[in-house]
Design a protein around this ligand. Structure first.
Ligand code: AMP
Length: 198
């Protein structure tokens, strides 16, 4: 019923997009595409893009929209027609608008899922992830503050953007992993259309 659904996950750092994204994608049978993971892979492989974005990521800033759009078009490939769970993109209204006007290379999402989480839980989760995954941008309090500020300034306007288009569902991202997964799956199966928007 949910074949080829296209979802975007919106939430602050540490809200569980990277944990819940793959769970959701595997239930829906669509690819999970995390722009943060894609960029980190470029950094680790030392590609030209990786060298360009490494410092931006370490400082907790946003990679410029035009660069990000190229990355996503490239990564989506035929996933665009097979459906997707996009995690970490769009992160600005400009990116969301490109996703809406992007045509066959970047077909618009059916639904945006907003994962909510209290600030103190964000800090706890990022501290844990800094130790477990060694991400430098999770270890520096100043960088975390910058990421949270940019989330509020640049990404949060997406909530109203998708609500206005009647394409928003909000899910409580706090609590045990399995509980959040089942809330998410429940919310998505109630909201997502059987066939994607054309
Ligand atoms: P994430 O793994 O989603 O926390 O992303 C890690 C970092 O990658 C972010 O702090 C940004 O520097 C960069 N990044 C990921 N996705 C985007 C995007 N859609 N737009 C701009 N920068 C991004």
């Amino acid at each position: 019923m949910l074949a080829r659904v296209r979802l975007v996950l919106v939430g602050p750092p540490g809200s569980g997009k990277g944990t819940q994204g793959p769970v959701l994608a595997s239930h829906l049978g669509v690819p999970h595409i995390s722009t943060g993971d894609l960029l980190r892979r470029h950094v680790d492989s030392g590609t030209a893009l990786g060298r360009r974005v490494a410092e931006v990521i370490d400082r907790g800033e946003l990679v410029p929209d035009d660069l990000m759009i190229d990355v996503v078009v490239d990564a989506l490939g035929d996933a665009a027609t097979r459906g997707y769970v996009l995690d970490g993109f769009p992160r600005t209204v400009t990116q969301a608008e490109v996703l809406e006007k992007g045509g066959s290379a970047l077909p618009a999402p059916d639904l945006a899922v907003h994962l909510t989480i209290p600030d103190e839980v964000v800090h706890q989760r990022l501290a844990k992830r800094a130790i477990e995954e060694g991400r430098r941008d999770d270890a520096d309090p100043e960088v975390i503050e910058r990421r949270l500020r940019l989330y509020r300034e640049e990404t949060e306007p997406l909530i109203a953007h998708y609500r206005d288009r009647d394409a928003l569902v909000t899910v409580d991202g706090d609590g045990p992993l399995e509980d959040v997964s089942s809330r998410l799956l429940d919310a998505v199966s109630r909201q997502a259309p059987g066939e994607p928007r054309r």
